[in-house]
Ligand binder design. Structure first.
Ligand code: NI
Length: 178
């Protein structure tokens, strides 16, 4: 099991638009290893989601999921561990939800980010089987955050009030987040 270092904001590669996984790659060891490394790295870093570009692999692959009582987001209900390859948002809510969001590539800071309340996503698993599902709330937020990574975007660019950006420990101390 390989655990990779997280690529931090400021590294140019994190801003690249990643490329789709091709049909020849599905079912290969290369892809299976990438997925395994992503889940291992996400868990080791206590992330709730991870994009391939955060470990230096410029493919449209993301993972997410966590068990209960997550240290970074203790208020959130557990989310099943999920892999999405070449994800695509097919439709989305009109309403947005605001929540303090963080990112492993931007350590120790959080900001208030609006995200669509629900999204309908089409994606592929590691064997190349397509699936389509509607996600809402925190799960929908994670997916939107990770798809942004695949397009080279980071969450501060989604914020509409930069005054909410803060140091995680200070926001906790102030009772703004848990
Ligand atoms: Ni992130």
């Amino acid at each position: 099991m390989t655990i990779k270092n997280i690529v931090l904001a400021g590294t140019p590669q994190l801003r690249h638009i990643t490329k789709p996984v091709t049909s020849e790659m599905f079912g290969t060891n290369e892809l299976n290893n990438m997925v395994e490394t992503m889940f291992a790295t996400m868990k080791a870093n206590k992330g709730v989601g991870l994009a391939a570009s955060q470990i230096g692999l410029e493919y449209r692959v993301l993972t997410f999921g966590f068990d209960t009582n997550h240290p970074r987001y203790p208020d959130q209900e557990p989310v099943p561990f999920t892999l999405m390859i070449n994800p695509e948002i097919l439709s989305k809510s009109q309403d947005m939800i605001y929540l303090y969001e963080g990112c492993l590539s931007l350590p120790e800071v959080r900001g208030l980010v609006p995200r669509f309340e629900w999204i309908e996503v089409k994606a592929y698993d590691e064997k190349g089987y397509a699936f389509q599902q509607r996600y809402e709330g925190f799960t929908a937020r994670i997916i939107q955050h990770e798809i942004d990574h695949l397009d080279g975007k980071l969450y501060p660019e989604r914020m509409d009030n930069m005054r909410t950006l803060g140091i995680t420990a200070a926001l906790r101390e102030a009772g703004v987040i848990r």
